[in-house]
Design a protein around this ligand. Structure first.
Ligand code: CO8
Length: 256
């Protein structure tokens, strides 16, 4: 597929995906979401960094111009496409960091929430302003935001549509780290992804899968999910290599 709205940069196994519609503040049109779906379905990178083209916005949400004319059926199909993209992102077996420099509103905030964690610059602004448009978050905001920031904070953000700056986003757990510049943020994200990629890919994928699937489960049920994955780790070459290397006092070598 020839991507019109995405710019890709594959660097040492880290795929940087840049949503590139600067004139629409990187808003997620149907075409952009279709490209993201195609990319994420066919991905073979060891790690992903998701960002927006340089400018005022990371992603200014779903494309309001397109949504304005949609019927309920078309709205549902659009919402389903956006949800599918967030699900694909969330379920990638490799780590994904969102690098937010500017506005992450509506669907933009929801895309960041589908990533493993978020790095931001001081210019980052988060929000779920859908109610100002007579809409509701449709790409997972009602489902994922409270898992990051707690139910009361999520309610306040979603009901009011108010914007949250980088400092507050950091304080409430929406953002892991805040950087002075975009360059510092991207460099730190690449470094973190390289550090993670040096670990056992199978083990990282298993941790991601367990963390994703236990949220909302009773502790006992979650522990059983973890135990199944823990047992499965003993079947992997990575586990034999990691433990053997530790005992031999050498650095483990994990095969992708
Ligand atoms: N969709 C389409 N076009 C947009 C969007 C958007 N979300 N955001 C900005 N644009 C366009 C503007 O219309 C404008 O176009 P033009 O030049 O043709 O007039 C251009 O981008 C530049 O916009 P601004 O002049 O407003 O740029 P600023 O830098 O001054 O402001 C903001 C940037 C703050 C990001 C501002 O543009 C803004 O508030 N945008 C809308 C933010 C918003 O409300 N986002 C939520 C959208 S709803 C949503 O995401 C729902 C997700 C779930 C959907 C489920 C479907 C069922």
């Amino acid at each position: 597929m020839d991507y019109q709205n995405l710019v890709l940069d594959d660097h040492d196994g880290v795929l940087t995906v840049t949503v590139n519609r600067p004139r629409a503040r990187n808003a997620l049109s149907q075409a952009t979401l279709t490209e993201l779906r195609h990319l994420l379905t066919n991905l073979s990178a060891r790690a992903v960094l998701l960002t927006g083209s340089e400018g005022p916005a990371f992603i200014a949400g779903a494309d309001i111009r397109e949504m304005a004319a949609m019927t309920p059926e078309e709205g549902e199909a659009f919402g389903a496409l956006g949800q599918e993209v967030t699900r694909l992102l969330e379920e990638l077996p490799v780590p994904v960091i969102a690098c937010v420099d500017g506005y992450a509103l509506g669907g933009g905030c929801e895309m960041a929430l589908a990533c493993d964690f978020v790095y931001a610059t001081g210019k980052a602004v988060f929000g779920q302003p859908e109610v100002l448009l007579g809409l509701i978050p449709g790409f997972g905001g009602c489902v994922r935001l409270f898992r990051r920031v707690g139910v009361a904070r999520a309610r306040e953000m979603i009901y009011s549509g108010r914007r949250v700056d980088a400092g507050e986003a950091h304080r409430i757990g929406l953002v892991n780290r805040v950087f002075d510049t975009r360059e510092e943020m991207v460099a730190a994200a690449r470094l973190m992804l390289a550090d993670i990629a040096a670990n056992s890919p199978a083990a990282v994928a298993a941790c991601k899968s367990v963390i994703n699937s236990v949220q909302g489960l009773p502790v006992g049920t979650g522990l059983q999910v973890e135990l199944d994955a823990f047992r499965n780790a003993f079947t992997t070459a990575d586990m034999r290599e990691g433990t053997t290397a530790f005992l031999a006092k050498r650095t483990p070598v994990f095969r992708p």
